[in-house]
Write a protein that binds this ligand. Structure first.
Ligand SMILES: [Cu+2]
Length: 134
């Protein structure tokens, strides 16, 4: 809570020239968190990653977000320029989102997701990490 107040104060100071209308006070992108639910090999050099988007203040899953941008790379292994194609599956029940990542190497991968949440002005953009086993 203290963090939130301090952050809002800093935000207000830094962007004082912006009009109040452009800065919705009711919600910020950091109220949301992507969590890895499961990681499963889908065959050679393919990994299924299931993610949940959670509204942090009440810890509730967000089922109707539109994830419009995805990116995967091996930054956790010091290979940020090694990408992996990401394919998004149909939305899952219960606020889960499943992706298949072309994981050319076993090891740590970073998956960055950009999402629009209904009723929120800001884009939620976060990176989660997972381990590919093959
Ligand atoms: Cu690599």
């Amino acid at each position: 809570m203290l963090f939130k107040i301090m952050r809002n104060a800093a935000f207000g100071a830094g962007f004082a020239v912006m009009s109040a209308a452009t800065v919705p006070a009711f919600a910020v992108a950091t109220d949301y968190k992507f969590e890895v639910v499961s990681v499963q090999s889908a065959g050679p050099m393919k990994t299924d990653v299931t993610i949940r988007l959670v509204h942090v203040p009440d810890n509730k899953p967000v089922p109707n977000a539109v994830i419009f941008e995805t990116h995967a790379d091996m930054a956790p292994e010091g290979m940020p320029t090694m990408p992996g194609d990401v394919t998004q599956d149909a939305p899952q029940l219960g606020g889960a989102y499943r992706f298949q990542v072309a994981t050319a190497m076993a090891g740590g991968w970073a998956l960055t997701l950009s999402a629009k949440v209904q009723g929120e002005a800001q884009t939620v953009k976060q990176t989660v990490t997972f381990k590919a086993t093959k």
